[in-house]
Design a protein around this ligand. Sequence first.
Ligand code: WT7
Length: 637
Amino acid sequence: MAIPYQITSLEQYHRDYKKSVEDPEGFWSNIASQFLWKKKWDNVLSWNFKEPNVKWFAGGKLNITENCLDRHIANLGDSPAIIWEPNDPNEATRTLTYSDLLFKVKQFSNVLKNNGVKKGDRVCIYMGMVPELAIAVLACARLGAIHSVVFGGFSAQSISDRLQDAQARFVITCDGAFRGNKEIPLKSVIDDALERCPFVERVIVLTRTKTPVSMIRNRDVWWEDEIRKVEQQGNPDFPAEEMDAEDMLFILYTSGSTGKPKGVVHTCAGYMVYTNYTFVNVFQYKPGNIHFCTADIGWITGHSYIVYGPLSAGATSLMFEGIPTWPDAGRFWDIVDKYKVNILYTAPTAIRSLMSYGTEPVLSRDLSSLKVLGTVGEPINEEAWHWYDEFVGKKKCPVVDTWWQTETAGIMISNLAGVTPSKPSFATLPLPGVQPALIDEKGKEIQGNGVSGNLCLKFPWPGMLRTTYGDHERCRLNYFATYDDLYFTGDGCLRDENGYYRITGRVDDVLNVSGHRIGTAEVENAINMHSGVVESAVVGYPHDIKGQGIYAYVICGQEPEDVELMRKDISSTVARIIGAIAKPDKIQFVRGLPKTRSGKIMRRILRKIAEGEMKNIGDTTTLLDPAVVEDIKNGKV
Ligand code: WT7
């Protein structure tokens, strides 16, 4: 069955792009009409970027799970929706057909209902990569509850911040998670988080690792027991809740340059249309293809390209519990071989890490099933691009470099596999519906090619964020206040002579560490929680595998007696406050920080020194105390 809105030639790309700009409403309503609606929309789009206020398909009624599950049953009921590869390659794999998945989603929707979850309630999900995570997400969506998935690497403190912000009364978790040779005690982290969240009424706990956990009476229940109750009720049907197009589908927290992470809000219809459209076009999905996205569902990539995008297209989505390097660095390739994966979507940091093991692991596996390779999360360096193209794709698989963000819901700038040209380290061209603009320091749009500036978007697309949960003003200030009538991405970007875009990295104080977004202010706040620390400043520096590493300059109250121990204590503090992913790679103790007379830290200087650039530091005469720069340069890490 051909997908009617799939772009299959370069000419069609240009035609569709043109149409999407000249008649966005006609363009998107044509795509949206392919879905299952309980009631058609009244109005395709209304918008302004001032407030901002963006509505797509207003008046339309639908449920995204009917589009991801129910509507496929007639044709695809017996075909696999989710294939699950466990962390331990010797453990049995699991396959859920579309019929199985729908059954389980209905069953768990009943569990949620029995436990008091209602439409509009926020449900926090903190689980490992097991099929039940996808089931929990979809069951929330079926019932109309708003899911907020928190990545399993975040600390108790981070979870309680998110629970409080979302006022979530429900948590779904696992006893523990397997990741490589580690066992992560998820439930015990939740217990710590809940000490600060007395408003949480119910915790549903799935058994995965058989790690001993505490189960608190009247609060904690086992997933398995709750399923048994639904079975005893005779597995009642669970019709999908009728949702407004603009009802919230989920909240996903992400870091910004200031303060605590913000809850990016996506809504039902626009998110569905956009993730589906981008999935089938960028990866050139063909019915029957096995799609393997290596992200965790705790990040937006997993939401959009493990769960909603592939399932809305009737694809087979491969879900992997483990990590690329365990039991050895051939694990991804074993999986590709074992399941005959057609589309592989991963991050540059994973590619660089696997490159460091040489070509033996990749050359010793049969990767001939692969058709399309994708990358996401950070700029990909040419060396990694070529390695991926040559050793993984054997120069026969188009590589798509997909630029997007948590806030955009889906891919925004990317080549379309085999349809539009690729260029190493370039995301290349905007998808239909995406109108990029490069802006100079004065806020003026830069026209023409062979130019660079700050990347903005001029026009709404169905997947764009609608607000930041509980604080609309924060959304406006963060994304819509830097430049009038533009959405500001936070990225710097170059447009070459041919009009191809290359994302050069963040221009704000946000780091991208192994494809994970981390705010420098957040890390500084965590470091400053250490009782021996007076002040700190955090910057990024180029890191061979992670893309960016975290470099912290720290002023202590007293000179540490044991410098190495102090470094470890600071790292543990950061792991406790944010999570292990935010631990600094380097900590340098300093006696002062380069500050202007008004007290502003000159990060530009710190960044240069962290990069090892000692000569062209730039002007230091405006500093309160230029001598600190010399001290820092001479200091040791
Ligand atoms: C930031 C968004 C998009 C899902 C994963 C990360 C950077 C993302 C690319 C790319 C260069 C990229 C940007 C962006 N980024 N993809 N293909 N080339 N940079 O989502 O955590 O919301 O981070 O990741 O800096 O703003 P996120």
